[in-house]
Design a binder for this molecule. Structure first.
Ligand SMILES: [Zn+2]
Length: 224
């Protein structure tokens, strides 16, 4: 708690003296997707896009691959209500965006009521809230629902996908031209693509971006 008010004196990762939560050496060792010669939209980079389902998605933006230290920051964000990781992640994400056109609204991926009841916390909403404050974009949390999924055991791939499709439901019309769905990590893209497809059915011309803090890369393409 006090950490929010006191100046940082040690780096979160190497415990050396640092005025910020991540020291410049650890930040230097972090792999960022940002590259001056590459498009910030990761769907335009085959090494990332080929592993991510994106049948209804226009843009995918993330800070970097899901590896140290982003994975540590995200695990910390999920396991505690410590806001330091969310603060660092949203700062790096906002810097990475540069002059990328901003959406009109931020839509965090919903979690089940049961999960929320257990944790009292949805990390995607916390990220969306902080990003909204940094970038001056409103967020909307009641746009979709997540039902408890049926057991995946014994189901084939097609049935598992069907199960996932039924687990999420966009519950409201969204009168926007450009939105961003917020999640902490994108691994296969299946979840956000299910939500994006439902949005696309209701609003065929809407521009749908995905904002994630990290993307899991296939083992052969570790470097962005
Ligand atoms: Zn450090």
């Amino acid at each position: 708690m006090l950490r929010r008010f006191l100046p940082n004196l040690t780096c979160l990762f190497c415990c050396q003296y640092s005025a910020s939560a991540v020291c410049r050496y650890c930040q230097y060792d972090t792999v960022f997707f940002h590259h001056p010669d590459k498009p910030p939209n990761l769907l335009l980079r085959p090494e990332v896009a080929r592993n991510i389902k994106h049948s209804a998605i226009d843009g995918l933006y993330a800070i970097g691959p899901y590896q140290w230290p982003l994975n540590q920051l995200i695990l910390r964000l999920k396991s505690s209500r410590d806001m330091v990781p969310a603060d660092i992640l949203t700062k790096w994400f906002s810097q990475m965006l540069g002059d990328t056109p901003l959406p009109e609204i931020l839509l965090p991926v919903p979690i089940t009521y049961w999960r929320y009841y257990q944790r009292r916390y949805n990390q995607a909403s916390e990220l969306a809230s902080l990003l909204g404050q940094r970038l001056n974009v409103p967020m909307h949390t009641q746009w979709a629902k997540r039902k408890s999924a049926k057991q995946q055991t014994g189901l084939n791939r097609q049935q598992r996908l069907q199960n996932l499709r039924q687990a999420y439901k966009v519950t409201q019309a969204l009168p926007y031209r450009h939105i961003a769905i917020i999640d902490d990590v994108i691994t296969t893209g299946c979840t956000v693509d299910v939500l994006a497809r439902q949005l696309r059915q209701r609003h065929p011309r809407i521009k749908i971006d995905i904002w994630a803090m990290a993307v899991t890369l296939a083992p052969t393409s570790k470097r962005a």
